[in-house]
Design a binder for this molecule. Structure first.
Ligand code: NAP
Length: 247
């Protein structure tokens, strides 16, 4: 059997595709041949424009995962084959000061919305007897504790666990569920760290590649996990971190 990295005639939905890692993944999926639906709480105009300018097909859909059940109808009648659960937020405060509001907001978007959106996706796939792929965006904090980000760390550990659970349940049903764990990537999510010279230096000192990652560094791994070439990959969490976890 030949190895294919093509996503021609596949339709993908990427959450949080207006910026950062989600935008890079959406562009990468389109380059591999997929039609891309860019889902966000704001229209993904820049991403759609970049994809169409390169000859690809993309459109925006508005969805706000502050309501964790907001994705329940996203897949009705859409024939979507690929789901990238990328939307995520982070709140920073010392653990002794951390508020219930900051706990709930992060867990709702990063974990509860991810689960119920994926459930809706799988129900739609199974109903039409189709095969599909899910890629969850995990984190180094799926494996490490981090500091001053308790709900983020809890949510990303949860993402790793759910990735494995869903892979166990759905591998035999033709749905590949995997995750990518980005290292330190230059996006708005990490701006506060890069603006703190001391944190920035200590982070850079530990990265074997010697630089922050770019959103496009994550796209290749996410796209690969959606292609036929990854058909026997289930429940994997692929670290894309410049070597951070190898250190
Ligand atoms: P980002 O630039 O802040 O992107 C986050 C995306 O999620 C944005 O599109 C954002 O939309 C969307 N989003 C947030 N809340 C949402 C909601 N309620 N409903 C719908 N969309 C929502 O940060 P990023 O770094 O690219 O983050 C993408 C993913 O990578 C996240 O899951 C993050 O945890 C993960 N990650 C990032 C790093 C890193 O170093 N940057 C490392 C590990 C993991 P708005 O633009 O409207 O806010």
């Amino acid at each position: 059997m030949s190895v294919s990295f093509s996503l021609a005639s596949r339709r993908a939905l990427v959450t949080g595709a207006n910026t950062g890692i989600g935008q890079a993944i959406a562009v990468g999926l389109a380059e591999a041949g997929a039609e891309v639906i860019c889902a966000g709480r704001r229209a993904c105009d820049e991403t759609v424009a970049a994809i169409t300018a390169s000859g690809g097909t993309a459109r925006s859909v508005l969805v706000d995962f502050a309501d964790p059940m907001a994705g329940r109808d996203l897949f009705d009648g859409q024939d979507i084959d690929i789901l990238i659960n990328n939307a995520g937020i982070i709140r920073r405060a010392d653990a002794v000061d951390f508020t219930e509001a900051d706990w709930d907001a992060v867990m709702d978007v990063n974990l509860k919305a991810l689960f119920f959106t994926t459930q809706a996706f799988a129900r739609a796939l199974l109903a039409r007897g189709a095969q599909g792929a899910v890629v969850n965006i995990a984190s180094l904090l799926s494996f490490q504790g981090g500091i001053r980000v308790p709900s983020y760390t809890a949510s990303k550990h949860g993402v790793a666990g759910l990735t494995r659970l869903l892979a166990n349940e759905w591998a035999a049903k033709g749905i590949n569920v995997n995750a990518v764990a980005p290292g330190y990537i230059e996006t708005s999510n990490t701006e506060a760290l890069r603006n703190d010279p001391e944190r920035n230096r200590s982070i850079l000192d530990r990265i074997p590649a010697g630089r922050w990652g770019e959103p496009s560094d994550i796209a290749g791994a996410a796209v690969y996990l959606c292609t036929p070439a990854a058909r026997y990959v289930h429940g994997a969490i692929l670290n894309v971190d410049g070597g951070w976890l190898a250190r």
